[in-house]
Write a protein that binds this ligand. Structure first.
Ligand code: CAO
Length: 575
């Protein structure tokens, strides 16, 4: 087993490129030709593959390092004879000018990053004949892009009618190892584009037709004439006159050093990440990059996919399809279009994009409001004695730091009612009801980012003090935006309490796939007839919304009545 140094191969005329992604780590087994790192100049990104198969023993580059031809990337313990073509560690390290780099690394043949520089340089060469008229059409062809065949057009950056400058990028193409922009060989007005996103192109393919002004043409002709006659035919792989930076003697359009073409306007990601995203149908422009300079990594694509699949995030396309609240127009429901009003006509306005959580919860609420045949029963519970008990409990527990609010008692009372009326703790699954033998209670929490519903698990096994402590911890996390998806899932029933704020009754929307939700408002002292006289009692307004497919009105009335009995005499919880 020989140790083999893998170096940066011939990357054309580029002095230095930055390492923007490490795709392997120490201990990992790599195949010959497997991409090891991604490098990037200001104009292109490309993956550097391994020249040999084996196990990575040592990384010699870090994120942000500048590398060039001959720079040591890593050391691989080569697998048997496969190591043969690579330079052994003992050998003197290849100098940056090492002519040997291209040959010991046969795998570089295909992903050779020289393509981008060639693109820039040679794009001018295969221009169509210059016209002697004052203006005329000029064809722009795909220049020498090295050994690459059938590279895919992933972005078209211009449209007919655009005024194009010389060297302005027209399209972005991508192979499985590199992406690059193809610049225009001429200045002029774009008449016609001959390619579209998804097309596969090769050297010599016609890209575009420009209307070129005479003066511009003559200038370009003079510059290009050193390379090819102005009347040279369209480029093709067979055209010997095609200048190419692959050979350093190739004539160039500009005297300045060519630069690689990086896709502009596209999210920063390596070709393999782009490919990965395409396979999953992930819109890369919606993914947050966690890599160097905001670069999108394969992990970012995975995280995005998981968030969308779990419902924690939505793509723009999904949001657009969702009805009204998420920006859709309700057409999916067969409704008349949402009114479009120019509010500025009536007075000053300010437009603010809704936050992510509001958008997600809005879409969920709308679905639940539309799909569930929901009914709400209102009732009052006498909590005079319970409130007195709550106040004295808090006094006794002052030192513990745990404050008990009415909501903690309500959670406990609801568990007792859910046990007595199990269909309230169920979910619909097609034509079947799933009864849950656990009692996880969600509670709506008002946060600066919008409504969130943390879940307290196994409330049947916990006392009011523990529930209070967990509630205050979860509410704090919710307000700080730190709740994990697990802390917001698995509820069997939800309580939405506006008791700390005010109001009398409201109609909460069921949190599907649950089948009921309890809305609670502010308790007030009211005169209550005890059979002989009116007495002052502290009354708590309750609003129970339930799914009429699962529960009927009588059951809902019984549930509320039972809840009221428990709240008026909490000892019943023990029964
Ligand atoms: N009647 C009278 N007073 C009440 C009460 C009730 N039903 N419920 C709570 N209170 C009192 C509390 O005792 C507390 O009083 P003190 O400050 O004097 O001690 C005060 O109101 C504030 O209570 P709280 O709101 O901080 O605590 P809570 O346990 O009742 O609620 C939480 C916690 C997280 C649910 C709440 O802060 C919250 O976010 N509520 C809004 C929920 C919501 O937005 N629902 C609407 C969903 S539908 O859009």
């Amino acid at each position: 087993m020989a140790l083999v140094e893998v170096q940066v191969p011939d990357i054309g005329d580029f002095d230095e490129v930055t390492v923007i992604e490490l795709m392997v780590k120490v201990g990992e087994t790599v195949k010959a030709d497997q991409s090891l790192i991604t490098v990037e100049s200001d104009k292109a990104s490309m993956e550097i593959p391994s020249s040999t198969a084996g196990v990575v023993k040592e990384m010699r580059v870090a994120l942000g390092d500048k590398v060039k031809q001959g720079s040591l990337v890593l050391v691989v313990e080569a697998a048997g004879a496969a190591a043969a073509p690579a330079s052994p560690v003992a050998a003197p390290a290849a100098a940056s000018t090492s002519p040997g780099m291209a040959s010991p690394s046969p795998s570089m043949a295909s992903p050779s990053p020289v393509i981008a520089s060639e693109a820039r340089q040679s794009s001018a060469a295969p221009a169509a004949p210059a016209s002697s008229a004052s203006s005329g059409p000029v064809q722009v062809f795909v220049p020498d892009i090295g050994d690459f065949k059938d590279v895919v057009v992933i972005e078209v950056m211009v449209k007919p009618g655009d005024a194009i400058k010389v060297e302005q990028s027209l399209i972005t193409v991508e192979s499985d190892k590199a992406s690059m922009e193809i610049p225009s060989s001429h200045a002029g007005v774009l008449q016609e584009l001959k390619v579209k996103v998804g097309d596969k192109v090769n050297i010599g393919d016609l890209l575009a037709v420009l209307e070129v002004q005479r003066s511009a043409l003559s200038v370009e002709r003079e510059t290009v004439s050193a390379a090819v006659p102005a009347s040279s035919p369209p480029a093709s792989a067979k055209t010997p006159a095609m200048p190419s930076l692959a050979s350093s003697s190739a004539p160039a359009l500009n005297s300045e050093r060519p630069t690689l073409n990086a896709p502009q306007g596209l999210p920063h990601a390596s070709p393999s990440v782009r490919k990965f995203a395409r396979e999953l149908g992930v819109p890369l422009e919606e993914v947050n990059g966690s890599g160097l300079k905001g670069r999108i990594t394969a992990d970012d694509v995975q995280t995005f996919t998981k968030a969308v699949m779990s419902g924690a995030a939505q793509t723009k396309a999904q949001a657009a399809k969702a009805p009204v609240s998420s920006g859709g127009d309700g057409a999916a429901l067969g409704l008349i279009p949402w009114p479009k009003v120019d509010f500025a006509k009536f007075g000053p306005i300010e437009r603010k994009e809704m936050g992510r959580i509001k958008k997600i919860s809005g879409a969920n609420l709308l679905r639940n409001a539309i799909m569930i045949p929901a009914v709400t029963n209102h009732d009052d519970a006498d909590i005079t004695d319970l409130e007195a008990f709550r106040v004295s409990t808090n006094k006794e527990n002052e030192k513990s730091g745990v404050k008990v609010t009415m909501l903690a008692f309500l959670i406990k009372a609801c568990v007792a009612a859910l046990k007595k009326y199990p269909e309230f703790n169920s979910s619909l699954d097609g034509d079947a009801l799933v009864y849950k033998n656990y009692w996880h209670i969600g509670f709506a929490a008002d946060t600066p980012n919008g409504l969130m519903v943390p879940v307290i698990r196994d409330c049947d096994k916990k006392g009011v003090l523990q529930i209070s402590a967990e509630m205050s911890e979860l509410a704090k996390k919710a307000r700080e935006g730190k709740l994990s998806p697990a802390e917001m899932s698995g509820a069997t029933f939800t309580i939405s309490s506006l008791g700390g704020i005010g109001g009398k009754y409201f109609t909460p929307i069921i949190n599907a796939p649950e089948v009921a939700i309890l809305g609670v408002c502010k308790s007030t002292m009211e005169p209550v007839w005890d059979g002989k006289q009116f007495v002052p009692r502290l009354m708590l307004p309750l609003s129970l919304t339930w799914d009429h497919r699962v529960i009927d009105g009588a059951a809902a009335a019984r549930f509320n009545a039972f809840l009221g009995q428990i709240l008026s005499d909490f000892r019943r919880v023990l029964l």
